[in-house]
Structures are given as structure tokens and as C-alpha cells.
Write a protein that binds this ligand. Structure first.
Ligand code: ATP
Ligand code: MG
Length: 422
């Protein structure tokens, strides 16, 4: 297939500069270049610098094959079974370096196969650009002459603030449904729109989303609701129909107006404000925000029936969700405690029927308090009570918690060593 020539922006007509790039990534780019290879900064690193944002990580692509990369860098580790890429390690920093690759031609794909199951093949820089997900993610910064190379119209889409699939959206989403979540994530995080053909295809293919391997799905969910973009992500997940696949119980609950949509949205916004644009909140806080409305309604129903609801209310809610998303048991357990602890925060200081010390001493206390702070910011908690707890904890901080293993082992060894910090 004949493809148009790339658009090349010379060094002085864009804002990407070496000082915005992690010095270790610059080192890798130069070492490859000095060894006679093509070396590009790729993906989110280029996109974010062009937008004036701080990139999360810096990925590099090159024509050097993995074994060559390994020889050039003593600190390179090859990972991946089918397509090997190099992790070049500098202390805690990893610079992911991959060899240009292409996707197999459409007619050589076997029916029913997905992206991650196929072998990848090395390719040219152009082919590497076309195998990427969205135009704005396929820009290259060339260390040889500091130019930005655009094969797919990504620069124009950055200007227009558009997330547009490279290639035929139906096909690209079928081969890797995670791309639909990625589209939502980028649109939500950067305040972009999703181009109409891409968007229509997402709505058509929403039901494919559960074909994603659960660990990838869960990781994407964490990213969607982290980085201060939970409210925008939720809106797009809902209107793209993906939310109804991932979490039908919640969609049905909101549709039946069993809690006020405004209350639910306020919690998401408070989670965004609580977090950080560059970090993800704890998984259990994300799920606490998503489930709190449902929990409150079910809890109230039990109380109305004269029962005293316990953990089972929350466990019932979690039951369908845990296997669908493979939420780790530890996250589920902490979530149960966070939600269960909320009614304690609703009791006035003089009316408490539990031991403050024991509560504060629980491992999950700080997370429960963080969630209460999120609720309060969303107008669903009493600010005076929150302040009372926060002041109390500041004046008399709980001891650091023993890890589960230490806690289990200590009585057996009969020693009273100070508990280890988490
Ligand atoms: P982030 O800011 O979250 O790191 P990113 O765009 O850098 O965003 P990564 O997951 O780090 O995303 O991936 C790096 C690049 O690899 C992407 O920009 C894109 O070009 C390509 N890529 C990643 N995942 C896919 C995918 N599922 N399909 C096609 N290309 C992908
Ligand atoms: Mg990245």
C-alpha cells in the first residue's frame, strides 16, 4: 500500500527539546545514534512534551535488533517472549527500548486471533508508526537532527485535540480491545475528543472489551480512574457503553436512580482532586468511590429490615466484580474494611460506640480516613468530624503497622520486637 510521505518538523518549528527528556533516555538515544542506528523518542513522551505536559515515561524505538541493544548496553535486559524488547536500567529508571516493528498483513492474520497472541515482525520506522494505536501516539523525535517525524497526521490531531485510530477502527479494536480503554484514557486525561469514526467504532465494539486479559483490563481501570481523570473517564466509559460491560450492576443502579447521579459524580470529582495528575490513587480507593452509593443503599435496606448489616453487604456487591476483573483478594479485603468503617466516621465524637484507639490502630484506618476525606470533599461527610479525626491523628499518630507476616509470626516466636513499618 502506498502511503503519503511523512511530515517532518525541523528542530526550530516545534518545542521538543533534550532538556524535557529524561537524561537517561537522552543517553540511550545518543548511544544508539553514535553506534550508527536510528534512534527515536516515541509514544507518550513526544506527545506529552509537544502538549507542554510532563511525560510519565520515555520510550525509545530503534532499528537496532534486541541482541544488538543488549550488546550496546550492559544494563539492558531483554523481556517478552514473542516480541523482545529491551529494558535499559539506570537505578530505578527503566528506559523501554524496542526495535521498529510492523504488524502482519491483514490477510495473513488467522481468524479470531488477537494482537497479543500474534508474532510481531521487525519493520521500518514507517511501519512502526502505522502499527501504533492513535495518531497522536505515533510521533517520533529524531535525535539525529532533533526533528519530529509524523507519518500518520498526529501533529494535526494534536492541534485539533483529537484521538483518532490509525487504520480501520473496527479492525484495530477487534485485534486489541484494550485500545478502546486507551482512547478513553487519553481523551479524559488530556481533555481531547474522540474522532467520530473512532468513537462510533468504540460504541459498536464495546462488548469486545471483556475479551481483554483480566490483568490488562484491571491495570487500565486503575489508569483510567487515576491521574485526576476519573470523572471524565467514567463519563466516556458510560457513553461508549463499555461501562455497561465492565460493571453492569453499577450502570443499572445509576439508571434506576437509586442514588443521585450528582452525588456519584461528586465522589469521582473528589477522587480526582484527592489524587495527583501524575499518580494513581490506591486501587481500593477507586473501588470505594465506585461502590459507595450502592453500598449505602443496600446498607439502608438492611437497617430498614431491622438487621444489623456487616461485611456481607459489601461482599455481595463485590461478588460479581471480583472474578470479572480479577480484583486481587487483598484489594477486596481492604475495600470491605474501608466501606465498613465509614459509618464510624458518621458518629459524633461524644456518641461513638467503638474504641477510637483500636480503630486508629487498624491497618486500614488511614485509607478509610482518606476515603472519608473524599466523601467530605464531595459533600457527603461532616467536615467538623473529619477535622477532629485528622487533628487527633496528627497529635497522636498511630504506630507503624506490622506487616501481616510479622504480625502472624511474632506471637509464635514470643518476642516483642518493634513492629516493622509497612
Ligand atoms: P502514557 O502516558 O500512559 O505512558 P503512552 O502513549 O506512552 O501513554 P504506553 O502504554 O507507554 O502509552 O505505550 C507507548 C506507546 O506504544 C504508545 O504511545 C503507542 O504508540 C504504543 N502502544 C501502546 N499500547 C498499544 C496498543 N495496545 N496498540 C498499539 N500501540 C500501542
Ligand atoms: Mg508511555
Amino acid at each position: 500500500m502506498k502511503r503519503p510521505k511523512p511530515l517532518i518538523q525541523k528542530r526550530d518549528s516545534h518545542n521538543v527539546s533534550r532538556k524535557d527528556i529524561d537524561p537517561d533516555a537522552v543517553k540511550v538515544l545518543y548511544r544508539l545514534h553514535d553506534s550508527g542506528h536510528i534512534a527515536y523518542l516515541v509514544g507518550g513522551g513526544v506527545r506529552d512534551i509537544l502538549l507542554g505536559r510532563k511525560p510519565k515515561d520515555f520510550d525509545i524505538s530503534t532499528d537496532a535488533h534486541p541482541n544488538r541493544i543488549k550488546r550496546l548496553f550492559r544494563n539492558a535486559f531483554l523481556i517478552g517472549r514473542r516480541f523482545r524488547l529491551a529494558h535499559i536500567k539506570y537505578g530505578d529508571t527503566i528506559i523501554e527500548t524496542s526495535t521498529f516493528r510492523r504488524e502482519p498483513e491483514e490477510d495473513t492474520r488467522k481468524k479470531g486471533e488477537f494482537f497479543h497472541e500474534r508474532d510481531n515482525t521487525f519493520g521500518t520506522p514507517e511501519e512502526d508508526a502505522y502499527r501504533r494505536d492513535f495518531t497522536v501516539n505515533a510521533l517520533f523525535y529524531n535525535i539525529a537532527d532533533f526533528s519530529v517525524i509524523d507519518y500518520v497526521g498526529g501533529l494535526k490531531d494534536l492541534d485539533r485535540k483529537l484521538i483518532r485510530c490509525i487504520g480501520t477502527p473496527d479492525l484495530r479494536f477487534k485485534e486489541d480491545p484494550v485500545r478502546m480503554l486507551r482512547a478513553v484514557r487519553f481523551a479524559a486525561r488530556m481533555g481531547f475528543s474522540i474522532e467520530s469514526r473512532t468513537w462510533r467504532s468504540m460504541r459498536r465494539n464495546a462488548s469486545e472489551i471483556l475479551k481483554t486479559a483480566p490483568p490488562r483490563l484491571l491495570e487500565e481501570i486503575y489508569k483510567l480512574f487515576g491521574y485526576s481523570s476519573g470523572a471524565a473517564s467514567f463519563a466516556l466509559l458510560k457513553s461508549s457503553r463499555m461501562m455497561a460491560e465492565i460493571f453492569p450492576e453499577l450502570v443499572a443502579f445509576l439508571k434506576a436512580r437509586r442514588c443521585r447521579a450528582a452525588d456519584f459524580e461528586a465522589l469521582l470529582e473528589a477522587l480526582d482532586a484527592h489524587g495527583d495528575e501524575y499518580a494513581a490513587p490506591k486501587a481500593e480507593l477507586i473501588f470505594a468511590v465506585l461502590l459507595y452509593g450502592m453500598f449505602e443503599v443496600r446498607h439502608a435496606e438492611h437497617v430498614e429490615r431491622g438487621e444489623s448489616p456487616g461485611h456481607e453487604v459489601i461482599r455481595d456487591m463485590l461478588e460479581p466484580l471480583m472474578p470479572r476483573l480479577r480484583i486481587p483478594r487483598a484489594v477486596g479485603d481492604r475495600l470491605v474494611h474501608i466501606l465498613d468503617a465509614q459509618h464510624r466516621f458518621d458518629e459524633k465524637p461524644g456518641e461513638r460506640r467503638f474504641s477510637r484507639e483500636r480503630f486508629v490502630g487498624q491497618e486500614v484506618f488511614q485509607d478509610a480516613l482518606d476515603f472519608f476525606a473524599i466523601r467530605t470533599a464531595a459533600g457527603q461527610g461532616d467536615p467538623a468530624i473529619l477535622k477532629d479525626w485528622q487533628d487527633g491523628v496528627a497529635a497522636d499518630p498511630p504506630p507503624p503497622h506490622a506487616s501481616r507476616r510479622t504480625a502472624r509470626r511474632r506471637p509464635r516466636r514470643g518476642r516483642r520486637s518493634p513492629p516493622k513499618a509497612e
